[in-house]
Write a protein that binds this ligand. Structure first.
Ligand code: C2E
Ligand code: CA
Ligand code: CA
Ligand code: CA
Length: 292
C-alpha cells in the first residue's frame, strides 16, 4: 500500500546493513509501527483540518438509463500524500475507533448534499452511505441516523445505508433487530459486496433489506468466467424471488452492461457509466425537476 512505502523502504535499508536479518526483523517492525503511528496522528487531525471529501458515483436504472441513486465515497485529501483512497485508511480508522467520527461526518455531509441538490431543483435520488462495522455496532446508531435526517431535513427514503455481507453475517439476530429499527426510520438498506460471504437464502430473508449489491469481483468477469457468470445470474434470480432489487457494482464494459440487462438486473454502478466524481461534476448527470 502507498502509505506503507516508507516502512518498506526502512525494511530494505535494514536488510542491506544486515543481509542475514529475517524479513520482518525488529527494525522493520518498529519502522512499520512508527509509520502507522504517524498516519494515525494525521488521521486524528484530518477532520478538523477539513481534509476529508466525498466523491459521488451514480447508480443507474438499467431499463430507463436514469440516475436513480448516488453512492458517497470517502477520500482523504492529504496535504503531501495527495488524494488517499479509503482502502488505505479505513482499516486503520476502524482499528483505532476513529471511523465512528469520520463515518458520522460522511453521513451528515452526504445527507446535507442530497437535500441541497433537491432544493436546487434536481430530481430526487437516493444517497447511499457506507456504514462500517463499528459504526453499525454502536448502541446509538439509530439515534445518530435519525438525528442527522432531522438536522438536514432529508426525507428518509432518499437515504440508503450500505452494510457489507460480512457485517450482516456476524450475529444474525442482533443485526436483524438493528436493521429493523433503522428501516423503521423510513430509509433503505442494501447489502454491499454481496456474493463474497456465501449467505443463504433463509439467512437473507430475515433481514429487512431493499437491495443486494453484487460484488465487483463477479461483475468484473461475467463475460470471461463461466463460474462468475453463473454466480451473478443466480444472485439476480435469487433477488428476484425474494422481491429485492439488485445492483451490479464495478460495471466497466458494454459487454458486462449487456449481460446484466439481459438478466433483468435492476441497476448498475461503475466506470462504464461514470467514475466517482466531486459534487460539482456529478450534478451534470442529474436531471432537473422541470424536465421530468
Ligand atoms: P465499496 O463500498 O465496495 O465501493 C465501491 C468501490 O469500487 C469504490 O472504491 C469505487 O470507486 C470502486 N469502483 C466503482 N466502480 C468501479 C469500476 O467500474 N471499476 C473499478 N475497478 N472500481 C470501481 P473506493 O472509493 O476506493 O472505496 C473503497 C472502499 O472503501 C469501499 O468499497 C468501501 O468499502 C470503503 N469506503 C468508501 N467510502 C467509505 C465511507 O464513507 N465509510 C466507510 N465505512 N467505508 C467507505
Ligand atoms: Ca459500498
Ligand atoms: Ca461494494
Ligand atoms: Ca467492495
Amino acid at each position: 500500500s502507498m502509505l506503507m512505502k516508507n516502512a518498506d523502504a526502512a525494511m530494505y535499508r535494514a536488510k542491506e546493513k544486515n543481509p542475514n536479518a529475517y524479513e520482518w526483523s525488529t527494525p522493520s517492525m518498529s519502522a512499520d509501527a512508527l509509520e502507522r503511528h504517524a498516519i494515525e496522528q494525521e488521521l486524528r487531525k484530518a477532520g478538523a483540518r477539513n481534509e476529508f471529501v466525498l466523491h459521488y458515483q451514480p447508480q443507474v436504472n438499467l431499463g430507463s438509463g436514469e440516475v436513480v441513486g448516488i453512492e458517497a465515497l470517502l477520500r482523504w485529501d492529504h496535504p503531501t500524500r495527495g488524494m488517499v483512497s479509503p482502502a488505505e485508511f479505513i482499516p486503520l480508522a476502524e482499528e483505532t475507533g476513529l471511523i465512528v467520527g469520520i463515518g458520522e461526518w460522511v453521513l451528515r455531509t452526504a445527507c446535507r448534499q442530497n437535500k441541497e441538490w433537491q432544493l436546487a431543483g434536481y430530481q430526487p435520488v437516493r444517497m447511499a452511505v457506507n456504514l462500517s462495522v463499528s459504526q453499525f455496532m454502536q448502541d446509538n446508531i439509530v439515534e445518530i441516523v435519525s438525528g442527522i435526517l432531522e438536522e438536514t431535513g432529508l426525507e428518509p427514503r432518499y437515504l440508503e445505508l450500505e452494510i457489507t455481507e460480512s457485517v450482516a453475517m456476524r450475529n444474525a439476530d442482533k443485526v436483524s433487530v438493528k436493521l429493523e429499527k433503522l428501516k423503521n426510520l423510513g430509509l433503505q438498506i442494501s447489502i454491499d459486496d454481496f456474493g463474497t460471504g456465501y449467505s443463504s437464502l433463509s439467512y437473507l430473508q430475515q433481514f429487512p433489506i431493499n437491495r443486494l449489491k453484487i460484488d465487483r469481483s463477479f461483475v468484473n468477469k461475467v463475460t470471461q468466467s463461466e463460474d462468475d457468470a453463473v454466480i451473478a445470474s443466480s444472485i439476480i434470480a435469487m433477488a428476484q424471488s425474494l422481491k429485492l432489487e439488485v445492483i451490479a457494482e464495478g460495471v466497466e464494459t458494454a459487454e458486462q452492461f449487456d449481460f446484466l440487462r439481459r438478466r433483468a438486473c435492476t441497476e448498475m454502478q461503475g466506470y462504464f457509466f461514470s467514475r466517482p466524481l466531486p459534487a460539482g461534476e456529478i450534478v451534470e448527470l442529474l436531471r432537473c425537476t422541470e424536465e421530468a
